[in-house]
Design a protein around this ligand. Structure first.
Ligand SMILES: Cc1cc2nc3c(=O)[nH]c(=O)nc-3n(C[C@H](O)[C@H](O)[C@H](O)COP(=O)(O)OP(=O)(O)OC[C@H]3O[C@@H](n4cnc5c(N)ncnc54)[C@H](O)[C@@H]3O)c2cc1C
Length: 424
């Protein structure tokens, strides 16, 4: 008789749950529960036919790079998943296209030639250079400043703040432009330094999964075989003396360990009697809904073709700044896709999209990082592994794919399983 393997439940089949289940599948008897009928979570590829051929386009996770995503790259290599070069550039179109520029190169910077005569534009350019030089110094000091406080204290210009740094942050974290003011300044700057965003050249080459993120999700599902339960939303988890009972719409089962790979608030809601520390830590991370529309309406892009970038921030009025960001991803450029009309994903569109040009509409939820959320992340170790509950998810880090998989690697390590690639 072979040794009976411990049973582990993994809740949520996004990158965090997929990688956790994949890493643990040999040592443990793993069951991966996913509420939706498809696996992937924010790794979400749509199959559309805008012209003649079938096109695989991502409406969620799109890009990664070899510098900031070591675990993801290791995972893709282990799976034999192919990727290709992508493009990361940022364009801005404000107030009904009355002000536009893009950061790809000098030509794009002056996509609207009249900018040469705008002092606000030149102050922005000067402040970008100043921020790039000045900001890293904050990392050497103790600072509880928010980004908003930091920008005021250092007298950054309105053009730099409202047309560049806050929109770029809101684009990265899918938040609101004004909401970025609450982001802890030191963390913001650390992220910008790590991602080479304070350098004009020598930034990491961004990549995208060939054929869309579905390619890697399908590959993982193949390895997990019949250990995956789709359309099996976990409704409640009851702790027992030596594990937990997991109740889903499909019935209940007993496990020795539970790995939560859904969002913090979702995990908290399903634990029957959370510990006070679990309530405190998981409850401190807020999430925001973002609507994503896959469409072909160029009205959601900068009016000047030269300013078209892979990420395009659109604002119609000052009031937009307090709303969830309106951002259009130019998928043709990001994923190397050819279509007659552009293939676009707009987050939170702030103008009407021609209904005839809409292919699909989805809602995603993103973690909101403020001082309280980041403080809670530091206390995560207090609840990790306590009475057999483990917590993973992109929300445990910066909110990206690497954070999701890195959190899964850490939990796998704690359960005695190493990743088959260089650990971080
Ligand atoms: C539009 C968009 C673009 C993005 N682009 C990038 C990018 O280019 N690069 C990057 O690194 N990151 C990007 N991200 C960030 C992305 O959120 C993370 O990279 C990552 O995919 C999140 O993974 P996760 O495993 O933490 O959560 P998710 O992917 O959200 O997975 C959580 C899963 O848990 C499931 N679940 C929830 N409740 C239950 C329940 N009760 N029972 C069972 N299952 C449940 C959900 O259905 C979901 O499948 C993007 C996100 C969005 C939305």
């Amino acid at each position: 008789m072979g040794e009976t393997r411990q049973r582990i439940a993994v809740i949520g089949a996004g990158i965090s749950g997929l990688s956790a289940a994949w890493l643990l599948r040999d040592k443990f008897d793993v069951t991966l529960f996913e509420a939706e009928a498809r696996a992937g979570g924010h790794a979400d590829t749509q199959i559309v036919r805008p012209d003649d051929d079938e096109i695989f386009v991502d409406t969620g996770f799109i890009v990664f790079n070899n510098v900031n995503y070591p675990n993801l790259v290791g995972f893709f290599n282990a799976l034999g998943v192919a990727s290709q070069e992508s493009n990361m550039s940022f364009g801005v179109s404000k107030n009904d296209a009355s002000y536009e520029y893009a950061g790809g190169d000098l030509k794009q910077l002056f996509a609207q030639p009249e900018n040469i005569f705008k002092p606000r534009f030149w102050r922005m350019v000067a402040d970008i250079l100043r921020f790039n030089n000045q900001a890293p110094a904050l990392l050497d000091h103790e600072s509880g400043q928010s980004l908003g406080e930091y920008l005021i204290a250092n007298e950054y210009s309105a053009g730099f703040v409202d047309d560049y740094i806050l929109p770029m942050g809101a684009a990265i974290w899918s938040g609101s432009v004004d909401g970025m003011r609450a982001f802890p300044a030191k963390s913001f700057i650390r992220f910008f330094v790590n991602h080479g965003l304070l350098k004009i050249s020598g930034r990491p080459q961004w990549r995208t999964v060939t054929g869309g993120s579905k390619a890697y999700v399908d590959r993982v599902l193949r390895d997990l075989g019949n250990h995956v339960r789709l359309a099996a939303a976990v409704q409640r988890i009851r702790r027992t003396a030596d594990g937990a009972i997991v109740e889903t719409s499909q019935g209940s089962a007993v496990f020795s360990q539970v790995i939560f790979a859904c969002h913090a608030d979702q995990a908290l809601a399903m634990i029957e009697r959370p510990t006070p520390r679990e309530t405190e830590v998981l409850g401190a991370i807020g999430f925001q809904d973002n609507i994503a529309v896959l469409h072909q309406d160029a009205a959601l892009m900068p009016r000047r073709r030269l300013a078209w970038s892979s990420w395009n921030y659109l604002s119609q009025s000052k009031e937009d700044q307090s709303q969830a960001i309106c951002l259009t991803y130019w998928m043709n450029l990001l994923q190397g896709i050819k279509t007659k009309l552009p293939l676009l994903v707009s987050l939170n569109p702030n103008i009407t999209i021609d209904p005839a040009k809409i292919l699909l509409r989805k809602t995603y939820r993103h973690p909101q990082f403020n001082a309280a959320a980041m403080q809670a992340q530091e206390y995560l170790s207090d609840i990790q592994g306590v009475e057999n509950f483990w917590f993973t998810g992109a929300w445990t880090g910066w909110g990206f794919h690497e954070d999701g998989i890195a959190s899964a690697v850490r939990v796998a390590n704690a359960l005695g399983v190493g990743a088959p690639w260089q650990p971080v």
